[in-house]
Design a protein around this ligand. Structure first.
Ligand code: FAQ
Length: 328
């Protein structure tokens, strides 16, 4: 019998048996659920990635949110409102997923505000024109889809299930961005120039969203062995480029990379190297808008204190009036 592939579900509870059961579950592409035993490293990696992902959704409301009061029509305002609300919802599903691993939501928020936990580099760039709203939908949500569709098959159940709904909503976001840009491209020369300018500013930061190159990605090996991540950073970056080039042609904009061309032999596009020192600068807090984003997040948290207090008081009052043993 092949003991490496034996089913150790009859685990008697020793660490070796539990570890073997965990590995067996991963090997068979089944899900790890909150009450299952898991190695410490797996739990820590998940909390790190899910918290960063949640923080990204919440901070990610700011760059586009700045345009809600200035959207050029009621229709565009309603669409933008819905999108930014969706991002808040994604943040909440993800914080809930992190809680199933024993993380405390208030602690995660403090870590973000104090700069002890990261959020995606992409949200540290400014949005000076309305074309930025369209390009964020097209590029940033497009990149998020490439990165997150494989996460629907992530080995941790609550994370994978949250991703299914998030990805559906990201698809709507990507299309609204592209449709907005198509509309602008049918407009005046000034509008077309505005779209091209936004494309030029967001292209390289969007490629950086996928993380450092594979040979400099310290977390990838373990995350892929645990099937948290299903593809490497470079593989997903390549998919994004291949997906986006024909969309750019159809839209009538150029992507700002002189090395970008179709490689017949590889059946994929060749493209230039992002400025990795810029990614490191932005991740370490020195991007164009890092200070502004964290200050805004801290202020919103403070302004929302009364809501948290009211919710806690309401829950305590309800608990006091519930018959003993009642299930909520
Ligand atoms: N920005 O070893 P790796 C969205 C960090 S949501 C900041 O390769 P890993 C929706 C990394 O954390 C966008 N930090 O790490 C939306 C690690 O630091 P640590 C967010 C980055 O985890 C759309 C270190 O560098 N999406 O867009 C970045 O294996 C529009 C070494 O890197 C997710 O979070 C970066 N770009 O791979 C909302 C998806 N890249 O923790 C509003 C889930 C790397 O060791 C509007 N996350 N770092 O101190 C992932 O797939 C992965 O975590 C990666 C990084 C791919 C981001």
């Amino acid at each position: 019998m092949d003991t490496a592939h034996a089913d150790p579900t009859a685990a008697d509870g020793t660490t070796e048996d539990l570890q073997a059961h965990f590995e067996h579950t991963i090997r068979r592409d089944q899900r790890i659920e909150p009450r299952d035993w898991m190695p410490d490293g797996y739990r820590k990696t998940l909390i790190r990635q899910i918290a960063q992902h949640a923080h990204s959704e919440i901070i990610g409301m700011q760059p586009e949110g700045e345009w809600i009061t200035r959207a050029p029509s009621l229709r565009r305002k309603a669409i933008l409102f819905a999108k930014v609300q969706d991002e808040a919802g994604h943040g909440l599903y993800l914080y809930s997923a992190a809680e199933t691993l024993g993380a405390d939501r208030a602690d995660l928020t403090n870590r973000l505000i104090e700069g002890r936990q990261k959020y995606s580099s992409i949200f540290n760039y400014p949005t000076p024109t309305f074309a930025d709203v369209g390009v964020i939908g097209w590029f940033v949500d497009g990149a998020a889809i490439c990165n997150q569709v494989p996460l629907c098959r992530s080995s941790y159940g609550p994370y994978a299930r949250a991703m299914v709904r998030i990805c559906k909503e990201e698809s709507f976001h990507q299309r609204q961005g592209y449709e907005l840009l198509m509309t602008m491209m049918r407009g005046t020369d000034a509008q077309r120039a505005m779209v091209q300018d936004a494309v030029d500013r967001w292209w390289w930061p969007s490629l950086m969203m996928f993380g450092p190159p594979d040979d400099n990605s310290p977390n990838s090996a373990a995350s892929m062995a645990w099937k948290i991540k299903r593809h490497s950073n470079d593989e997903l970056r390549q998919r994004f480029v291949d997906m986006t080039v024909p969309q750019a042609q159809k839209l009538g904009v150029t992507l700002p990379d002189p090395e970008l061309r179709w490689n017949e032999e590889r059946g994929r596009h060749d493209f230039g190297t992002p400025d990795w020192s810029e990614l490191q600068r932005v991740i370490s807090g020195n991007g164009p808008c890092n200070t502004q984003r964290l200050e805004r997040r801290a202020a919103a948290h403070e302004e929302g204190a009364w809501v948290r207090q009211a919710a806690a008081a309401h829950a305590a009052k309800r608990a006091a009036h519930e018959p003993k043993g009642a299930v909520a």
